[in-house]
Design a protein around this ligand. Structure first.
Ligand SMILES: NC(=O)c1ccc[n+]([C@@H]2O[C@H](COP(=O)([O-])OP(=O)(O)OC[C@H]3O[C@@H](n4cnc5c(N)ncnc54)[C@H](O)[C@@H]3O)[C@@H](O)[C@H]2O)c1
Length: 252
């Protein structure tokens, strides 16, 4: 079997309608996967992407889900099992960010960040993990951030949530690995998406100046790492890892 083929596999990508998630969806489809795209409030964007993939022969379906909401995620699980069949590959790409100094950070902002980035990853993974274990095959890929390691000012809530994702990934990998289910993460550096565009010019300039690569990254430079982790052969021996396409912002 070709190392990076996803033929016969089905992948569900939360936040698959935009940014890094969308690049992953396109690359997975190009490598033969059937695709589920979960979005929030972007039915048109998700459908446009689905139409693009469908025109190229990919089996694709879209649905809306708020990853913070247990009932909504339960509906995503039911939808996935009914419309997609077995979900072999789950990518938790849905996420939010925010820039607020710790002194000004409200409890609501903290809770919201944790709800989307950490609770969302937990809730969605919980919907599909047991089935993967039962089928003795699965790939869970969580999108963390290099800021989980490096930290930065005005983003204590974001950095804490992403460090939580790294820890969750490591811990869950112990429960998946004996059953053929790998759990890994990706910690991208700054990537030109709507999220990065939402940062202040001052933060972007500060981050830009720290990058050995001398530029921000592109979503298409992150997706191949997801393909590696998702693939049957190439990804099989990555267990609990967090891989770091990050422009050199963090070197581990
Ligand atoms: N862009 C970067 O510089 C960068 C760097 C490191 C990590 N990341 C991470 O990559 C992931 C994708 O971000 P992106 O940069 O592509 O930005 P993006 O804004 O394009 O994508 C984020 C996606 O998450 C979805 N989302 C937000 N809240 C949600 C909710 N409650 N329920 C369901 N979906 C929700 C959004 O609708 C969107 O589709 C995020 O987890 C982000 O933290 C991004």
């Amino acid at each position: 079997m070709e190392s990076f083929s996803l033929e016969g596999r089905t992948a569900l990508v939360t936040g698959g309608n935009s940014g890094i998630g969308r690049a992953i969806v396109r690359l997975f489809a190009a490598h033969g996967a059937s695709i589920g795209i979960s979005h929030i409030g972007d039915a048109a964007g998700a459908q446009t992407l689905a139409d693009e993939l469908g025109a190229n022969g990919t089996r694709v379906a879209t649905t809306e889900c708020d990853v913070t909401d247990a009932a909504s995620v339960a509906r995503l699980g039911a939808w996935g099992r009914e419309r997609l069949g077995a979900v072999d590959i789950l990518v938790n790409a849905a996420g939010i960010s925010g820039e607020t100094s710790f002194v000004d950070l409200s409890i609501d902002e903290w809770d919201r960040m944790m709800a989307v980035n950490l609770r969302g990853t937990f809730l969605v993974t919980k919907q599909f993990f047991a089935d993967m274990i039962a089928r003795k095959y699965g790939r869970v890929i969580n999108i963390a951030s290099q800021l989980a390691y490096k930290g930065t000012h005005d983003m204590a809530h974001y950095c804490a949530s992403k460090a939580g994702v790294v820890g969750f990934t490591r811990a869950l990998s112990y429960e998946g690995a004996p059953h053929g289910v790998t759990v890994n993460a990706i910690a991208p550096g700054p990537v030109e998406t709507a999220m990065l565009a939402s940062f202040t010019d001052a933060w972007r300039a500060m981050k830009f100046s720290q990058l050995p690569a001398g530029r921000f990254g592109e979503s298409d430079e992150i997706a191949p790492t997801a393909l590696l982790l998702a693939s049957e052969t190439g990804g099989a021996y990555f267990i609990g890892q967090t891989l770091s396409p990050n422009g050199g912002d963090v070197m581990l």
